[in-house]
Design a protein around this ligand. Structure first.
Ligand SMILES: *Cc1c(COP(=O)(O)O)cnc(C)c1O
Length: 430
């Protein structure tokens, strides 16, 4: 596989950007080697600067549920941008995307558009604090919520701890407002509520944690969180930035039929352009400015071009059997990977939900908390990733990341992928 052009571009990028990238995981640090510079994409395929072609399962880390350069999305973007790219004044397109979402989602009544998942979560946390007039928040080890200060916090050593910062530059005083506990541990949450009675503004969780492996939670556990929040007048935030519109139009709230107090979205909602959103009941949302006293704003919020891309993409997601078909393809891929393997790979598991899949090297039958992922097993993923690239299959460059099947993946893509996987796995395991 030729890499000269990507290598030269990376050398140049290192002069301009820390580590040569504008978002850390892109630097390929956890798999080694040079990041591939992507030149174009169409459907399920991408091409790098050296002309290598790949079947893509990263999908820009989730947003591209229809695949790359979808005709309807591109058409909508072109038609809109010709009329101007931003006004800083309301446009009808914001109403149209809001109507499309709200008329198909009974879990939220009013929303606000922002420009990224991080911004959506940061705003939702401020809303929860403003609404409850409390300062502390509770999060889970192994859930990612973007890079705002309050959330760059990892667990300490006890059952219930204030976290340690997971980034320099986050003041200790901020960290002392964030309680971090393990997923799937009811006792830890109960203890947090007894230690910090009437102080916890919200619990925030990825209801389908998919940023640190795929840690599918028990429905009873999510219901327990709902109940303990209600009892303590604490708000429950579902951070659905990655799984919203991915495992169904109403995401995890719909999948589990659990009513959170605030939901955040991002990724798929913008059709590949930068959009985030948070939503709640009309009553909770009435606390946002200019109606209420929780301030939140954005120069490019509700950007018309991004709204148009979102409308085009979500319209496709609403078509009958859209999600069933994605799930069917995902199961087809997984089944074919296992049936293509020549030898038994005993510690290989592929966990999945809807069109999200996660390749893990573990003996465990299920993974529910971050501690259950074996850091040592990443050595297999490094080899798997490299061998898959050689065979024309692109996965996100980290063994903690999930893969996504999109509408554009064809049966032939999936069969080729399964064959490449089987070959790569036999090398990785050896
Ligand atoms: C990706 C993600 C974020 C952050 O979104 P950005 O658009 O990268 O800022 C937040 N929460 C979850 C669950 C995510 O998957």
């Amino acid at each position: 596989m030729k890499r000269e052009k990507s290598e030269a571009l990376f050398e140049k990028a290192k002069k301009y950007f820390p580590g040569g990238v504008n978002s850390p995981v892109r630097a390929f640090r956890s798999v080694g080697g040079t990041p591939l510079f992507i030149e174009r994409g169409k459907g399920s395929h991408i091409w790098d600067a050296d002309g290598n072609e790949f079947i893509d399962y990263c999908g820009s880390w989730g947003p591209l549920i229809l695949g790359h350069a979808n005709d309807k999305v591109i058409e909508a973007i072109k038609k809109t941008v010709e009329k101007g790219s931003s006004f800083g004044a309301p446009t009808a397109l914001e109403n149209d995307l809001a109507e499309l979402i709200l008329s198909n989602n009974k879990f939220i009544q009013k929303i606000r558009f922002v420009s990224s998942g991080t911004e959506a979560v940061m705003s939702a946390i401020r809303l929860a604090r403003g609404y409850t007039k409390r300062n502390k928040i509770l999060k889970f080890e192994g859930c990612y919520h973007g890079h705002s200060d309050s959330l760059l916090v990892k667990a300490g050593s006890g059952l219930v701890t204030f976290g340690n910062t997971s980034s320099a530059g986050v003041p200790e005083s901020f960290v002392n407002e964030t309680i971090v506990v393990s997923l799937n541990n009811e006792q830890a949450v109960k203890q947090a509520f007894s230690e910090f009675k009437d102080q916890i503004a919200c619990i925030i969780i990825e209801p389908i944690p998919a940023n640190n492996g795929l840690l599918i939670q028990r429905k009873e556990y999510l219901q327990f969180l709902r109940e303990i929040c209600t009892e303590n007048k604490t708000l429950l935030i579902f951070d659905e930035v990655i799984n919203g519109f991915r495992i169904g139009f109403t995401g995890a709230a719909g999948y589990y039929n659990i009513q959170p107090d605030i939901i955040t979205y991002g990724k798929i909602i913008g059709g590949g352009l930068p959009v985030g959103m948070y939503g709640a009941s009309a009553e909770i949302m009435s606390h946002i400015s200019p109606e209420g006293d929780v301030y939140q704003a954005g120069t490019l919020s509700g950007n018309p071009v991004a709204m148009a891309a979102g409308i085009a993409q979500l319209t496709e997601c609403l078509k009958p059997n859209f999600y069933e078909e994605l799930e069917r393809k995902t199961q087809f891929l997984i089944k074919n990977i296992f049936s293509s393997l020549k030898s038994q790979v005993s510690n290989l598991k592929i966990f999945s939900i809807g069109s999200i899949f996660y390749v893990a090297f573990t003996d465990k039958e299920v993974l529910r908390s971050a501690e259950e992922i074996d850091a040592d097993s990443m050595k297999y993923f490094r080899v798997l990733h490299k061998e898959l690239l050689e065979r024309g299959v692109y996965l996100g460059p980290s063994g903690y990341e999930v893969g996504f099947v999109c509408e554009a993946h064809t049966e032939s893509d999936l069969i080729k992928t399964a064959k490449a996987f089987a070959e790569a796995l036999e090398i990785a395991i050896k």
